[in-house]
Write a protein that binds this ligand. Structure first.
Ligand SMILES: Nc1ncnc2c1ncn2[C@@H]1O[C@H](COP(=O)(O)OP(=O)(O)O)[C@@H](O)[C@H]1O
Ligand SMILES: [Mg+2]
Length: 241
């Protein structure tokens, strides 16, 4: 693939309706932020994205700060995804960054991670979550530097990347740290839709930004069911503002 072909290639997300909203998938090489309140399916989307790659023989790395390997595998097995086969075949690798080992974890992200990810041949990367990564730093300059290093490491590996982040509970359209948006080429917002009385009635997603891509700007309902995330992309509107 030439550089220009690579730049315009799309990486299927593993969610048919979302691919439709994106005109085929995430642009190859993008770092995409997935923001949402707890329980909106960020971890699930990350796993689904990697397993879609694994099904096509692509290597994926799940960099986990929140859940350890057995918990993650259990979540994926619940959706009846062939996660054990992917691990066995080497198309899925879970790398655990233990937030309790603060100094080592930060050192790894700011140092060797790019080489590690390239060495693993990762074509798809998920970091779950940058919110926890950010909690390891004491101040904003250090958080910013860690985030830039992380995004740089993923780009250096030549992979397409999802970073998950907790949404700010008071302003759920932005990440709690307010920084992750700036290192990302795209932002996908997962949220609760509310009824007229303010109660949560369902889930809905929106693409807030996706550099170099014509994408839907509508709010689309989605659900988390026995096979993972499904987006209802009917009536997708590519006009947008
Ligand atoms: N096997 C399953 N079947 C249906 N829904 C599930 C299943 N597993 C998890 N969920 C739903 O997904 C939600 C958690 O998704 P998760 O990806 O962990 O969210 P987040 O990472 O955003 O906190 C749960 O609250 C539940 O509603
Ligand atoms: Mg999660």
């Amino acid at each position: 693939m030439s550089a220009s072909e690579r730049a315009s290639a799309k990486v299927p997300t593993g969610v048919a309706g979302l691919d439709e909203m994106l005109g085929g998938g995430f642009p190859h090489g993008h770092v995409v932020l997935v923001t949402g309140l707890p329980g909106t399916g960020k971890t699930c989307l990350g796993l689904q994205f990697l397993l879609a790659g694994a099904a096509a023989g692509e290597k994926g790395v799940f960099l986990s700060l929140e859940e350890d390997l057995p918990q993650l595998l259990d979540s994926a097995r619940q959706f009846r995804w062939p996660v054990d086969a992917a691990v066995e075949q080497g198309t899925l690798k879970v790398v655990r960054l233990d937030p309790r080992e603060t100094r080592q974890s930060l050192h790894r992200v700011q140092g060797e991670l790019g080489k590690e990810l390239s060495g693993l041949g990762a074509q798809r990367i998920v970091v779950d979550s940058v919110s926890l990564l950010n909690m390891l730093s004491d101040d904003e300059p250090s958080r910013r530097s860690t985030l830039f290093s992380l995004a740089g490491a993923c780009r250096q590996a030549g992979a397409t990347t999802l970073l998950t982040a907790e949404a700010d509970p008071l302003h759920p359209e932005v990440s709690r740290d307010g920084l992750s948006e700036y290192v990302s080429d795209g932002v996908l917002l997962l949220g609760y839709s509310t009824g007229p009385d303010g109660h949560r009635v369902g889930l809905a997603l929106r693409i807030l930004k996706m550099r170099r891509t014509a994408h839907a700007r509508t709010v689309q309902p989605y659900s988390i069911g026995p096979t993972g995330i499904t987006v209802d992309a009917k009536a997708v509107d590519f006009g947008g503002a």
